[in-house]
Design a protein around this ligand. Structure first.
Ligand SMILES: [Zn+2]
Length: 357
């Protein structure tokens, strides 16, 4: 029996240029092509909730579909495609990033109304993506300076500088490109859960911005900043993991059993908290991929808190092929490779060489 694929997706959007998250998108035609392949290969397309509650036929092929972050387009663009193929999927939501209102684009994180609508649709199962999707500075080592052409890489500086930015991350999110000061220092950084936060001194930040922009300044001799204490880190992590579960369970009146860490960043402490507050499983970081999901699932069903591996279909698009055609073959090659089918492995390697995927 081959491994259980758990597919990771994010946004499904036909206007990738309207949001810095556009790079994570698959188009509606691309998603259709993925599901067409899965249908042809007779996969049952299920959610994490289906997986843990045995709502599938184990004698037939099955795949778990997951969408990270809780984008509105999951509901407006992906759902009709999922319905067309009789597919179900899990969405991992950050409660603190839920939008207060919806704009007229497909972009943005879902509102609570939309999260509830997704849960009640019969298509989606909502699970936890921790409370926020924050990036943090982890040391005073400057690794880069912000300029507007790097917005696609450092969009999260907007979340750091404008705390309500994630709640308004809609079709106009590109306006933050020019709101982050040019020359803003990018200190060494990581994911919120993955370590302790470095909080730079504002005077030091101002000095670095001035220097980057060519101002003649006297040597800076003050403090660079402070580090979060162990106690603060632990308190924050509890909030990210425990409160996320509580809020989702209260809002949706269901059991939240699966935790997906943003960017796959976590520590032993975070896993311990997650286990103690009743999550049944989590998504492992791709670099820590171990064992196979058949064994992990068996373990989870015995009541042991356990990690499950995810996979993604490669998204490097050569730009010349139509989405539907390209994504159809990406899905076919990725899935064939996942099942260890030799011709697909060989062909995928060849394609990767050609397209540098
Ligand atoms: Zn995420």
């Amino acid at each position: 029996m081959h491994d259980i694929p758990i597919l990771m997706l994010h946004t499904v959007n036909d206007h990738p240029q309207d949001n810095p998250m556009g790079e994570l998108s698959v188009s509606s035609k691309g998603l259709d092509a993925y599901l067409k392949v899965l249908k042809q290969w007779k996969y049952q397309m299920i959610s994490m909730d289906d997986l843990l509650n045995d709502r599938y036929d184990p004698k037939r092929n099955f795949i778990v579909l997951t969408f990270d972050d809780g984008y509105k387009d999951n509901l407006t663009v992906a759902m009709p495609v999922l319905k067309k193929y009789g597919a179900r999927a899990t969405i991992f939501v950050n409660p603190a990033y839920v939008s207060p209102e919806s704009d007229d684009s497909d972009w943005g994180f879902m509102t609570w109304e939309e999260v509830e609508q997704a849960e009640k649709s019969g298509v989606f199962d909502i699970q936890a993506h921790t409370m926020t999707h924050e990036f943090i500075f982890t040391s005073d080592k400057v690794v880069d300076y912000y300029t507007p052409d790097k917005f696609h890489k450092y969009y999260w500086l907007a979340w750091m500088l404008y705390p309500d930015a994630p709640n308004h991350w809609n079709g106009k999110a590109n306006r933050y490109r020019d709101m982050i000061p040019t020359g803003y220092p990018v200190f060494e950084y990581g994911r919120r859960i993955s370590g302790k936060k470095f909080i730079p001194e504002q005077a030091y930040v101002d000095y670095l911005i001035g220097k980057h922009n060519g101002q003649k300044l006297e040597e800076y001799t003050g403090s660079h900043g402070t580090y979060e204490t162990e106690e603060d880190y632990q308190g924050y992590i509890r909030w990210e993991i425990e409160d996320c579960k509580k809020i989702l369970e209260d809002k949706l009146d269901k059991k939240i059993h699966t935790l997906c860490f943003p960017g796959g960043g976590y520590t032993d402490f975070a896993l311990d908290i997650a286990r103690k507050c009743g999550y049944q499983c989590y998504m492992t970081a791709s670099r820590m991929r171990v064992g196979n999901n058949n064994d992990h699932l068996e373990n989870v069903k015995k009541g042991n808190f356990c990690g499950m591996n995810r996979t993604s279909f490669s998204l490097i698009h050569p730009g010349v092929l139509p989405d539907a055609f390209f994504d159809y073959w990406v899905a076919k090659l990725s899935l064939g490779t996942y099942q260890n089918k030799q011709p697909y492995r060989t062909f995928k390697k060849l394609m990767s060489k050609i397209f540098h995927a």
